[in-house]
Design a protein around this ligand. Structure first.
Ligand SMILES: *Cc1c(COP(=O)(O)O)cnc(C)c1O
Length: 232
C-alpha cells in the first residue's frame, strides 16, 4: 500500500464516521468541517491530503507549522492553529494561520492583532474553553465563567473575528458528558455572540459524541494519518 492509499483509506473511514454520526444526530454532514491534524507528519502528507480533497489542516506546534505551511504555500489550504499559544509567538502564528482555535487568554490578542494586521487579513479566532472541573490543572482553556470577558477583549481588536468555541474532552471522562457541558456553554455564548457559530470539538476517539453535541468542526489526526511518531 502506498502512503497515498493509506491516507485515502483513513480519510474515507473518517468521512464515513462523520456521515454516520450526522445521520444519527439528524444533522447535515455539510455542516461539519473536517480539520485534519497534521502535527508530526511531513509536508508530503499534507500535499497528499490536499490532492485527496482536504482543505482544512491543523497544527499545534508553532515552529513545525511555520515550516510546513511555507513548504505547502502553493496548496489551497486553510491552516488552523490548535496548540498552546505563547504571547510572544502570537504575531508569528497569525502570519500563517487562517484560524487560531486555541485563544484562552487576553494576553495573546495583541500579538494576534499585530500579526493579522501586518499580513493584511482578518484572522478567525475561536476561544478554547476548559471542560475540566474548575481549578484542575489539566488541559488548556478558559473557564466558562471567564468567556464573556475574553470575548469582549477579542472584539476590541479590529482584525480579529470571533467565530466560536473550541474544546478538548478531558481525559478519563465520558466525552459525551463533557461535550454536553460544552453545548450548554455554547448556547449561552451564542445568545451574546450570535455570529460566533463554530464549535470545534471531537478528535479521532470521540468525534461522534462531539457531532451529537453540535460540533461544526472535528479535528482528526491519527484516525487518518496513523499513529504519530512521538505523541505529545
Ligand atoms: C492532536 C490533536 C488533535 C487530534 O488528535 P487525534 O486523536 O490524533 O485525532 C485534536 N485536537 C488537538 C487540540 C490536538 O492537539
Amino acid at each position: 500500500m502506498t502512503r497515498r492509499d493509506e491516507i485515502s483509506h483513513g480519510l474515507q473511514t473518517v468521512r464515513d464516521r462523520v456521515d454516520g454520526a450526522c445521520r444519527e444526530a439528524g444533522r447535515d454532514p455539510g455542516d461539519v468541517t473536517l480539520v485534519v491534524v497534521t502535527k508530526f507528519f511531513p509536508a508530503a502528507d499534507v500535499a497528499l491530503l490536499a490532492e485527496l480533497g482536504v482543505r482544512h489542516v491543523g497544527e499545534n506546534r508553532h515552529q513545525e507549522a511555520v515550516d510546513k505551511s511555507a513548504e505547502c504555500a502553493d496548496l489551497d489550504l486553510v491552516w488552523h492553529f490548535i496548540g498552546g499559544l505563547q504571547s510572544n509567538k502570537a504575531a508569528a502564528v497569525a502570519s500563517y494561520a487562517d484560524v487560531v482555535e486555541s485563544v484562552d487568554r487576553a494576553k495573546v490578542l495583541k500579538g494576534l492583532q499585530r500579526g493579522a494586521h501586518d499580513r493584511g487579513t482578518d484572522l478567525d479566532v475561536l476561544l478554547q474553553v476548559s471542560l475540566d472541573p474548575p481549578g484542575t490543572d489539566g488541559r488548556a482553556g478558559v473557564d466558562a465563567v471567564d468567556l464573556p470577558e475574553l470575548a469582549a477583549a477579542v472584539s476590541q481588536h479590529p482584525s480579529l473575528r470571533l467565530r466560536g468555541l473550541m474544546a478538548v474532552a478531558p481525559l478519563g471522562e465520558d466525552p459525551a458528558a463533557a461535550f454536553a457541558r460544552l453545548a450548554d456553554i455554547r448556547s449561552d455564548f451564542l445568545a451574546d455572540h450570535p455570529d460566533a457559530t463554530s464549535m470545534s470539538a471531537g478528535m479521532s476517539g470521540d468525534l461522534e459524541a462531539a457531532i451529537h453535541a453540535g460540533a461544526t468542526h472535528v479535528r482528526v489526526g491519527s484516525a487518518i494519518l496513523g499513529p504519530r511518531p512521538v505523541d505529545k
